[in-house]
Design a protein around this ligand. Structure first.
Ligand SMILES: [Zn+2]
Length: 94
């Protein structure tokens, strides 16, 4: 897997490649995307089983974290776990 160096983060929200979609999924799930961007993302998800599968995984992971939140793990640990998962999910794929 090759990664391009020197690619800048752009302010405009392109939703063209799987990487664009993955980058936006967390925000999408939290309702942080503009509706137009969300629609483009959903269109991609409808046509791309890889990203659709990734969304399922992301949802399941977050649901699991939420259900653990109560008393099972200390708050500090939970925060770190979330940060870790967010980072992994965003950087690990594609
Ligand atoms: Zn895709």
């Amino acid at each position: 897997m090759k990664r391009k160096r020197g690619e800048r983060e752009r302010p405009s929200r392109r939703v063209q490649t799987c990487k664009d979609v993955i980058d936006l999924l967390t925000e999408y799930m939290e309702g942080g995307l503009a509706p137009a961007v969300g629609r483009r993302l959903e269109t991609h998800l409808g046509n791309c089983s890889a990203c659709e599968g990734f969304l399922q995984t992301l949802r399941a992971t977050r649901a699991a974290i939420r259900s653990l939140q109560r008393d099972d793990i200390p708050e500090d640990c939970h925060t770190k776990l979330r940060a870790f998962l967010d980072r992994e999910l965003k950087s690990g794929l594609l």
